[in-house]
Design a protein. Sequence first.
Length: 339
Amino acid sequence: MTVRSRILILVSAVAVLAAVGLAAVLHASARADRRDHARAGGPQVTPGTVTLSGQGRMLFRSMAWGPHRDEVTSVPAADPAGPRTASGVTCLRFHAASGTGVCLQAVHGPVSDTYRALVLDARLRTVARYDVPGIPSRARVSPTGHFATWTAFVGGDSYAGTHFSTRAAIVDVRSGALIPSLEAFRIVKDGRPYRAADVNFWGVTFASDDRTFYATLATKGRTYLVRGDLRGRTVTTLHVNVECPSLSPDGTRVAYKKRVEGLPADAPWHLYVLDLRTMRETPLAEPRSVDDQVVWRDARTLVYALPGDYGADLYEVPADGSGAARRITTAAVSPVYLG
């Protein structure tokens, strides 16, 4: 046997041993991950097909530790704590309606992150991309699926304080026409035209007529519920001390978070529902401060996120002020209910 042959045999043996060792390490690591995951009581997540056209499904961003963390995930709406099917699409914020989705993503760069909004079709394929000028915060799709909106922090990173700036955008997903900021809309406040340099908008929620929307307007240290008109490019103040509104399926009520005097500065909100016909407020039975734009599961129930062991858990509470809040699943945020 030549020296060259001996060297080739030696190199081959070393390569085989290295491959076997690596496989053993990876296998042991995977077993340890599964064991630790099970010991932590985490939800079961497997990859699969997720669409926006399924009936009786609930989608959300899964925050369970593992390879599918942050992916849009599907479960039966009747069993939100059940086994999860992960889509492979990662989002920081997500929402969907009528076969259209919006996904807010971070794009990791060598120096800093940038952000973008993806408009998705019913199979979660990207049909359009838009730059987002700051940290993503809120996202919504109109009931018809024709419009999508997102809010980003362009200064600061929390609604709890007073030193922050937001940018709320709306896009017509049919034409691609983008309204990059609601600050371009004419404001009617207390029945009069209003202009101020400190105006901020966030938390858009759409009516089903493809024209009307509601949002938060902040100025001079106060927040307002505004009704917007996409065709007229106007917003009109309706009620004071409203943040992150969410319109009910029948368009008659708005659920929102309200700053309550006496609560801690870093957890200042309580959930309320406002009747848009009478302007009567109803406090809800959730005793904790909720920093989220709640979702209407149906006409009677609201769903929202609160901090949890994995980052966030989902809870529900009756929309009429009765009952009590209860956790429906762990390690999840940005819930969506499909028809």
